[in-house]
Write a protein that binds this ligand. Structure first.
Ligand code: MD6
Ligand code: FE
Length: 148
């Protein structure tokens, strides 16, 4: 399997955001208390994300290198909060061929990429062995964005 995603605020499928899911039902709103978590990570009160993508990774899931470029405004950063077992976050550059740096993200780690790195290629390597006390062999990642 691959990553499973739940969308709040806007529904995202490659390569667009919409207000309805595949079966036509409306997208659940992004609650203010959750958006506030993203804003707090940036430390800028003017950053108000309007979408959170909640990704579930089991022990076989990975995410290939890609750019997040379906948002309208690249001035707003992407905020990522990781929970559960550690993952290696691959963070490259503006070109797909740029060699990515590797960051080990553990439970609670938050990554913000914006400004000159807003469009950097990134991905998640297959999860290594591990067991989180609460989540077991699972990783959950929330990314906050400003889609519109
Ligand atoms: C992560 N997620 O799960 C990073 N990008 O650590 C992403 O880079 C991502 O979850 C585009 C769409 C959904 C995502
Ligand atoms: Fe991404």
């Amino acid at each position: 399997m691959s990553v499973q995603t739940v969308c709040l605020g806007w529904h995202w499928t490659p390569y667009r955001y919409s207000r309805t899911t595949e079966d036509g039902s409306p997208v659940k709103p992004l609650p203010e208390w959750l958006a506030a978590l993203g804003a707090r990570a940036v430390g800028d009160p003017s950053y108000v994300p309007d979408v959170a993508l909640v990704n579930f990774y089991d022990d076989t899931a990975k995410m290939g290198m890609h750019q997040d470029k379906d948002e309208q405004d690249f001035a707003a950063p992407i905020v990522s909060v990781s929970l559960g077992i550690p993952a290696i976050f691959l963070f490259g550059g503006l070109k797909r061929s740029d060699k990515p740096a590797r960051f080990r993200l553990v439970h609670g780690d938050t990554v913000v990429w914006g400004g000159p790195s807003r469009l950097f290629f990134h991905g998640v390597a297959p999860l290594a062995d591990g067991e989180h006390a609460v989540l077991g062999r699972q990783r959950i990642n929330l990314t906050f964005r400003k889609a519109r």
